[in-house]
Design a protein around this ligand. Structure first.
Ligand SMILES: Cc1cc2nc3c(=O)[nH]c(=O)nc-3n(C[C@H](O)[C@H](O)[C@H](O)COP(=O)(O)O)c2cc1C
Ligand SMILES: [Fe+2]
Ligand SMILES: [Fe+2]
Length: 409
């Protein structure tokens, strides 16, 4: 990856991480991810956001500074929009190379930076409305957007070019190879990043959907012409694309989403598995899109992305040792933690003697305050009889009808 020019005096420096990394120690990155920093050059230079400290990553950043004719020691300001180590890990290496700089950070960010890094560097606390003048017509204005991922988060705005440095907000997964700007993406690549944005949102940002909507309202008041996020492409042909997408994704936190049903199923001996076909037939009979994921075979990050944009969830799992098939319980718990809320739902499944899956399902949904609205479940003993499969088909069809009525256009 090379440095590239975002706008007059503004450069994107970036490193990709590959699919061997689990992001946050748990999320698969089948297509990698990019970590973007930005250099703003006035009479003085600022670097906005940084990169992680993994092997070679800070060095990639330094090499790109070289490409734009800058030394590490030319940087006067380091702007930390968000203290998470994917953007700040490089600080230790950076401060070992140079001394004469100042770190601009929110008050909450400062607490975190002190807790993470034992660094004797000069910090300056900034708040919404504060700015720093770099000279040469370049100014940076700060706006706090707390709890867009972490409590410390802010965005940085450069008025002369209308560039918003938004860090995690408006980010996407997906490594970037040679085409970091939206105007370089063809239709297929655009759809790719739209999907990577959904997975990034569902895995990383979903829990913070209310603060994200508040942040979008703030951003819409700024004359933004370019969105330069911490992950993914820079949006400068059509910044509205990613703002609108984020607004839509954040809105899904309220429940109604696409007219789509995510079907999650798990089975030990194939009895519950027999319900998958009639469930899908019922959904298809109403023309409702469905996505099917077997549990535990499918990674939770994929399931979350699918569930997040679905208005309906169909669950098929048996009873196991008086409770729910354990990997499904883990999936439901995670959906609860990410606040996949107010969904329309149906549960079916097999049991052998006294059941228990249904009771645990109700416990999880209540404990996680998920407010899912369930149709009457269909439980059966051992293998499902033909009438039970027919009932399941009808109930899936009813779910599909409800989903169509409730889904967003
Ligand atoms: C390890 C194991 C634990 C089970 N625990 C229970 C249980 O606690 N209560 C119950 O009603 N059935 C229990 N069952 C029976 C299953 O729910 C039943 O065999 C069901 O048909 C399995 O569905 P499947 O073929 O979709 O895996 C258990 C079965 C297994 C293999
Ligand atoms: Fe983050
Ligand atoms: Fe990040």
């Amino acid at each position: 990856m090379n440095a590239s020019r975002v706008a007059d005096g503004i450069f994107r420096l970036s490193a990709n991480i590959g699919s061997e990394i689990l992001f946050e120690g748990m999320w698969l990155l089948p297509h990698g991810a990019s970590m973007n920093s930005y250099l703003v050059k006035g009479e003085q230079a600022a670097i906005i956001d940084g990169v992680c400290d993994w092997d070679g990553v800070p060095e990639t950043l330094y090499a790109q500074l070289d490409e734009v004719g800058m030394n590490v020691s030319d940087i006067r300001y380091v702007i930390i929009n968000h203290t998470e180590p994917d953007h700040t890990g490089w600080l230790r290496s950076f401060s070992a190379l140079t001394g004469d700089f100042e770190v601009l950070i929110t008050a909450r960010g400062l607490e975190l930076a002190k807790a993470f890094y034992d660094l004797e560097v000069p910090f300056r606390v900034v708040k919404s409305g504060d700015s720093v003048d770099l000279g040469g017509g370049r100014q940076l204005v700060f706006e706090e957007i707390p709890n867009v991922h972490w409590p410390d988060t802010m965005v940085t705005f450069e008025p002369a070019t209308g560039t918003l440095f938004s860090c995690d907000a408006f980010g996407t997964f997906g490594a970037i190879n040679g085409a970091p700007y939206d105007e370089q993406l063809d239709e297929m690549q655009l759809r790719f990043f739209e999907k990577e944005a959904l997975r990034y949102y569902a895995n990383i940002v979903a829990r913070f959907s209310q603060p994200t909507l508040a942040a979008i309202a703030k951003v819409r008041k700024l004359p933004v012409r370019i969105i330069a996020p911490g992950h993914g492409p820079v949006w400068r042909r059509n910044p509205e694309f990613i703002i609108d997408l984020y607004e839509r994704l954040a809105g899904y936190g309220k429940g109604p989403a696409k007219p789509k049903v995510t079907l999650l199923w798990g089975s030990m001996y194939g009895n519950t598995e027999k319900t998958v076909a009639p469930l899908l037939e019922g959904l298809a009979a109403e023309g409702v899109e469905s996505a099917v994921h077997q549990v535990p075979q499918t990674h939770i990050g994929t399931i979350l992305a699918s569930a997040w944009e679905s208005t309906g969830i169909a669950l098929a799992m048996p009873t196991y040792e008086y409770q729910m098939f354990p990997p499904m319980a883990a999936v439901l718990d995670e959906l609860g933690r990410k606040q996949v809320r107010n969904k329309l739902a149906l549960r079916v499944g097999s049991f052998g003697w006294s059941g228990g899956a249904q009771r645990e399902l109700e416990e999880i949904v209540a404990r996680q305050k998920m407010h899912w609205q369930f149709l009457e479940p269909v439980e059966f003993r051992g293998a499902p009889a033909a009438e039970e499969l027919e009932l399941i088909r009808r109930r899936a069809r009813e779910l599909a009808r409800q989903v169509k009525a409730a889904a967003l256009a």
